[in-house]
Write a protein that binds this ligand. Structure first.
Ligand code: FE2
Length: 317
């Protein structure tokens, strides 16, 4: 049977929408807030070309030479490993590993640089919270501020289009709201690709999803402290869809996309388990992750949780 929804011959494929907020614009103006929340919850990206987060001259100089801040620079250039800052503890996580070409690696910050890097990341987290509360005041109470990520390493290989899955930090149906900033001291842009809207992506891969691990498996891992909280069916679906999309070479070659260049000093905001994205190149970016309960959204039906529940016919949290 031919499903009409899968045919898009001759039509201009739809990609993620972008709202640009010009420098100096009032983020608290009612019409600005309305446009921002509609764009964000609708699966778009909010782009602030000059958002105002800045490093001091000394900080710029420090990060200009990664050998000054890290004990080891990896020989693969895919932007990993990253440095994670936990705002609740006010500290960089010491043992945050990433798989870099089969090897487990971590970004080990030099003792001499640690206070400065922690200060930058702490300041960034507060700044990010301030921007988000100005633009989305209705999120303020329920919004949960999680980790800050710093990517000191260069990326020179294109990351497949994907939605974010939270691995060790299940969102349990909450949306992953993230604000990113390019802080490259040599004015190198951060380049991303942005894909199609969430729903056509899900419709394409949903028939291939087979959830394997039962919920009890995840709750044991959570109880042992291996993961931070139990993975719900929602987390499992998101992880499965992400993996299917990333693995599908044909999809990655032909999927609708547009390329965005974010210069130094720019920031951008998106719900990253709703927006298909992938980094192409860049070095030195910061981002702050928040978890947002869907009930706190202006229109929860736009959330990836509610879209997935509608398409699967299941309750997922
Ligand atoms: Fe991502």
């Amino acid at each position: 049977m031919v499903n009409k929804e899968n045919i898009s011959v001759g039509e201009e494929a739809e990609t993620v929408k972008i709202l640009t907020i010009e420098p100096g614009a009032n983020l608290s103006a009612p019409e600005m807030r309305r446009a921002a929340i509609e764009m964000l919850e609708g699966g778009g990206v909010i782009y602030l070309p000059r958002s105002g987060f800045e490093l001091s001259e000394r900080e710029r100089e420090l990060i200009s030479d990664t050998a000054k801040i890290l004990t080891r620079v990896p020989d693969v250039e895919d932007g990993r490993p990253t440095i994670i800052f936990d705002p609740a503890r006010g500290r960089i996580k010491k043992y945050h590993y990433a798989q870099v070409r089969g090897k487990m690696m971590r970004a080990q910050v030099r003792d001499t640089a640690r206070p400065d890097i922690e200060a930058i990341m702490a300041r960034y987290g507060k700044w990010a919270e301030d921007i988000i509360t100005q633009l989305f005041p209705s999120y303020q109470g329920p919004l949960d501020r999680k980790r800050v990520t710093y990517r000191p390493f260069s990326r020179n290989s294109t990351q497949s289009l994907h939605i974010d899955s939270s691995y060790g930090y299940p969102t349990q149906g909450r949306s992953m709201l993230r604000i990113f900033s390019n802080i490259n001291p040599a004015n190198r842009p951060r380049i991303w690709q942005l894909g199609e809207p969430f729903e056509p992506f899900v419709r394409r891969f949903l028939p291939s999803v087979h959830l394997s691990k039962p919920a009890w498996f995840s709750s044991i891992l959570a109880r042992l402290g291996i993961v931070d909280g139990t993975k719900t069916k929602y987390d499992q679906y998101i992880a499965a869809l992400r993996a299917l999309g990333m693995r599908d070479k044909d999809y990655q070659r032909t999927a609708p996309r547009k390329v965005m260049e974010f210069p130094t000093g720019a920031s951008w905001i998106a719900i990253t388990d709703l927006v298909l994205h992938g980094a192409i190149s860049g070095q030195h970016s910061l981002d702050q992750t928040f978890y947002l309960p869907v009930e706190a959204m202006n229109d929860p039906s736009h959330s990836s949780l509610r879209i997935l529940e509608r398409l699967t016919g299941e309750v997922l949290v």
